[in-house]
Write a protein that binds this ligand. Structure first.
Ligand SMILES: NCc1[nH]cc(CCC(=O)O)c1CC(=O)O
Length: 301
């Protein structure tokens, strides 16, 4: 709801009126452990269906939740300026990861977070947790978990400034492709919506998430594989920018971690194809280092 309200207010600033269509996704309600037998897109399918059914004209997603497979019915019309990409450790008293006692029960359903946590603190008891941010927090408050890992973006957006937490660094916890970014889809043939929503696009954010998502797509990682990717842009001369990406593929137990970096120059006339090329390039490096075997081994039986 925060995300949809944000998009509505940005659209309003460009003179476009909108009406919110609240929806509940499977990702909000399905509390069964993630086991790979269900379809991808649990948070996004319901919202895309609203586009198909003409229930809504604009679909607002957390980009991290949006599957990378291309669907010709939809067009990703904008990736607005990104919120923080970091993950954060939420506890009842704000202690850091290194301050957690041995055997502390930490909740995360993400194999990416699990692998990196295990690499840092092999003594923790890491257990699956599901649901939206509020559901996960209620499981921390009830004592079911000693700590949970959340994307800091969600915490910041919901203005939970008093939530005891400690940010995990990019070195300790490389984020998921697209983390902290919104992805706004419209129906491909809805040219009015493409152009209106396109006003919300941030060029830097769209290049960063495109290279990150290309890594995921090239490795056929889906949302369950222990794959992390984070890209940044830095301005260079003559309006150009340098696009740099760091990516990791890990074993589920965190014992093996492949880590690669790559970068390229983006000129004002370059299209997102440049970012896709860079994504394919770093994916190749990871494959050469043995990424496919690690991803295969992490698949649920
Ligand atoms: N998988 C659920 C989900 N999708 C996006 C976010 C956070 C917001 C974001 O990354 O933009 C979250 C919750 C979390 O990972 O803590």
């Amino acid at each position: 709801m925060w995300q949809a309200e944000y998009v509505a207010s940005r659209l309003a600033s460009f003179g476009f009126e909108s009406v919110l269509v609240p929806l509940v996704s499977g990702g909000d309600t399905d509390m069964r452990p993630i086991d790979g037998t269900r379809q991808v897109g649990v948070f996004t399918k319901r919202i895309q269906q609203a586009l198909v059914d003409d229930e809504a004209d604009v679909a607002v997603h957390s980009l991290k939740d949006l599957p990378t497979a291309h669907d010709p019915r939809f067009h990703l019309a904008a990736v607005p300026e990104r919120e923080t990409v970091l993950d954060t450790l939420v506890t009842l008293d704000g202690r850091t990861l290194s301050e957690l006692p041995a055997g502390a029960k930490v909740g995360t359903g993400s194999t990416r977070r699990m692998a990196q946590l295990k690499a840092l603190r092999g003594d923790l008891d890491i257990q699956p947790i599901r649901g939206n941010v509020q559901t996960r927090l209620s499981k921390l408050r009830s004592g079911e978990f000693d700590a949970i890992v959340l994307a800091e973006a969600g915490v910041v957006r919901l203005e939970m400034h008093d939530l005891p937490r400690s940010s995990l660094s990019l070195v300790d916890m490389l984020p998921a492709p697209g983390q902290g970014a919104l992805g706004i889809e419209v129906r491909s043939e809805d040219h009015a919506a493409v152009s209106a929503v396109g006003r919300l696009n941030d060029r830097s954010a769209s290049f960063c998430v495109t290279v990150e998502r290309t890594v995921l797509a090239e490795l056929h990682g889906g949302c369950l594989a222990p794959i992390a990717a984070h890209a940044i842009t830095e301005p260079t001369n003559e309006g150009a920018m340098r696009l740099s990406i760091t990516a990791r593929v890990m074993s589920a137990d965190g014992q093996t971690c492949l880590h690669e970096t790559a970068n390229c120059k983006i000129t004002p006339s370059d299209s997102l194809d440049r970012a896709k090329d860079l994504g394919r390039q770093i994916a190749e490096k990871l494959k050469t280092a043995g990424a496919e075997a690690l991803i295969q081994a992490s698949r649920p039986a």
